[in-house]
Design a protein around this ligand. Structure first.
Ligand SMILES: NC(=O)C1=CN([C@@H]2O[C@H](COP(=O)(O)OP(=O)(O)OC[C@H]3O[C@@H](n4cnc5c(N)ncnc54)[C@H](O)[C@@H]3O)[C@@H](O)[C@H]2O)C=CC1
Ligand SMILES: O=C(O)C(=O)COP(=O)(O)O
Length: 519
């Protein structure tokens, strides 16, 4: 991918100082401001092309819309539920996190809460309750067996706990290899003495532990939430604590932080922390360093690490991919210019041919869509937002790859108003070239650079003289010329020209079709 230019970054929270140092060492100007109100953030965000946050900054759709220059939102931490990732994607903004920087710290706090619950280790609870229980031999249910869930399991196994769990993605044999037997939630709830949740907050995990699931648990089950407020339904938890169905809760996170409703925090069987899972020197140093290095790597075109919304970009960070991206975008622009009068488009079908393009078909189709939508009503199409913008515009995008030993080409076909239009292109000697336009094969590949004039007409010397006459009259120099092989009496011509014609009306009266563009 062509390196993204990020020159000014706002750090809106307390992020380890190494983040600022690394960014500045790499020529990025950094402003640090803490505790900004939403209004202040909205007013200032247009001055930055990068934003670095932790969990307190709510990067809502309004903030994203106000960030007219934003290219990257970096989360120095794991959860991105405080960022409207869909809105960022539609605006073409990359969102990245540092998924492993605080894993150990969050796992250690979870274990500390599990231990505290077993022996009531809090100043208040020690006065109220003297009799604890051993963790040894007890069953710990871990919901969410990702990075943190795994680390919690291995630590609690060393206390002699039996670890069982549930995760819809982590394969059974993988969790079994670190000592966690997976089962359905229905099977898990009644077996647990302790339950800890380690999932992201999403619609499917909101209220995962609710009245119905508490009812299926052992009476007196103890629960820990070091993931996100709301995964354990707070009202259901309070009811379960009051009825004794839940014997204690360790909470690091709340739906509202800090919680205005103090009912849970003040409950005698609750041990709570103000979202401290990642608050260790080590975790903060890792997250601050990781996010800064990831931004620098992206800006310098070296690699894309930690992006949560721009998977298509990951394979664009090889030097070879740059010209193929230019090719896809240019082919989209050629198709747009040649079919402009026929819009709307209903489908874009991109096929890559050749072994070396196997991993490129994803970004080729995004690039073709960028070209097709460029200068349209949508704001700045780019590789991040091409597919959502296409979907919003009603365009279906299909991507295919075919193996071929003979050639490496990209075929872009658009369906526009009931008819289809195709281009075939390739990269030759490092230059994107057009090989075919709607079935007409160019005798010389057309380099897709600069100002291009396409027209379709019958093969006639007179016509070509008239066209060059129109160019000369407008003071436009002819720089290159390619003609396609004739198809049914008419053929496509492409001329490289020194500047665009102010008006192509004269050409349209000479040729059946005419279009000009800059690539
Ligand atoms: N309290 C704190 O300061 C911290 C909190 N966190 C929170 O912890 C969460 C987990 O972090 P990691 O383990 O690093 O994430 P991860 O992405 O490595 O693991 C999350 C796991 O949850 C699983 N999952 C998704 N939906 C599920 C469902 N419906 N039921 C069960 N499992 C489901 C996923 O398959 C994945 O394996 C983060 O999303 C973040 O919100 C993370 C770091 C610090
Ligand atoms: O990384 C996470 O998901 C966390 O919850 C940590 O949040 P924080 O960076 O401490 O605001």
């Amino acid at each position: 991918m062509a390196p993204l230019s990020v020159k000014r970054v706002l750090i809106s929270e307390s992020v380890d100082p190494c983040c600022k140092t690394i960014l500045k060492e790499n020529g990025i100007e950094v402003t640090e401001k803490q505790q900004m109100t939403k209004e202040e953030l909205i007013a200032e965000i247009q001055n930055y092309d990068g934003l670095v946050v932790r969990s307190a900054t709510k990067v809502t759709c309004d903030v994203i819309n106000a960030g007219s220059n934003l290219k990257i939102i970096g989360r120095a931490g794991t959860g991105v539920d405080n960022v409207d990732v869909d809105a960022a994607t539609k605006s073409g903004i990359i969102v990245m996190n540092t998924p492993s920087g605080n894993t150990i710290s969050a796992a250690e706090l979870t274990c500390a809460l599990l231990m505290s619950l077993s022996r009531w280790l809090s100043a208040l609870l020690m006065i109220l309750q003297f009799m604890g229980a051993e963790l040894y031999g007890k069953v710990l249910g871990i919901v969410g067996l990702g990075r943190i869930g795994k680390e919690v399991a291995s630590r609690m196994q060393s206390f002699g706990m039996r670890t069982i769990g549930y995760d819809p993605i982590t394969p059974l044999e993988v969790s079994a290899s670190w000592g966690v037997e997976q089962m359905s939630l229905e099977e898990l709830w009644p077996q647990c003495d302790y339950i800890t949740v380690h999932t992201p907050l999403m619609p499917s995990t909101t209220g995962l532990l609710n009245d119905a699931s508490f009812a299926k648990c052992k009476k007196g089950v103890k629960v820990v939430n070091c993931a996100r407020g709301g995964i354990i339904d707070e009202a259901a938890l309070l009811r379960a604590l009051e009825s004794g169905q839940c014997g204690g809760a360790g909470l690091d996170v709340f739906v509202e932080e800090p919680p205005k409703d103090r009912a849970l925090v003040n409950h005698p069987n609750v041990i709570s922390c103000p979202h401290l899972g990642a608050s260790t020197k080590e975790a903060q140093a890792r997250c601050g360093r990781d996010i800064a290095l990831q931004i620098v790597d992206m800006v310098t075109g070296k690699a894309l690490v930690g992006a949560v919304n721009a998977q298509v970009l990951v394979s664009t960070f090889s030097p070879d991919s740059h010209q193929w991206i230019r090719l896809g975008e240019s082919m989209g622009r050629v198709l747009k210019a040649c079919t402009a009068s026929k819009e709307p488009y209903s489908q874009v079908h991109v096929t890559s041919l050749g072994e070396s393009l196997k991993k490129s078909s994803g970004f080729l189709s995004s690039a073709a869509v960028v070209g097709l939508l460029a200068e349209g009503p949508q704001k700045g199409p780019n590789l991040v937002n091409a597919l959502p913008l296409a979907a919003e515009t009603g365009i279906t995008v299909q991507t295919d790859h075919k193996d071929s030993d003979e050639r490496e080409v990209c075929v872009v076909e658009v369906s526009v108003n009931g008819s289809s239009f195709t281009t075939v292109g390739s990269v030759q000697a490092g230059v994107p070239v057009l090989l075919e336009l709607n079935g007409s094969v160019f005798r010389q590949p057309v380099p897709l650079t600069g100002h291009l004039l396409f027209f379709k007409a019958s093969n006639s010397t007179e016509l070509l003289l008239s066209v060059t006459g129109v160019l000369a009259a407008a003071g436009v120099e002819l720089q290159s010329f390619s003609a396609s092989t004739a198809s049914s009496g008419e053929q496509w011509y492409c001329m490289g020209i020194s500047s665009l014609l102010g008006d192509i009306g004269a050409l349209k009266s000479l040729a059946k079709e005419a279009a000009q563009l800059t690539v």
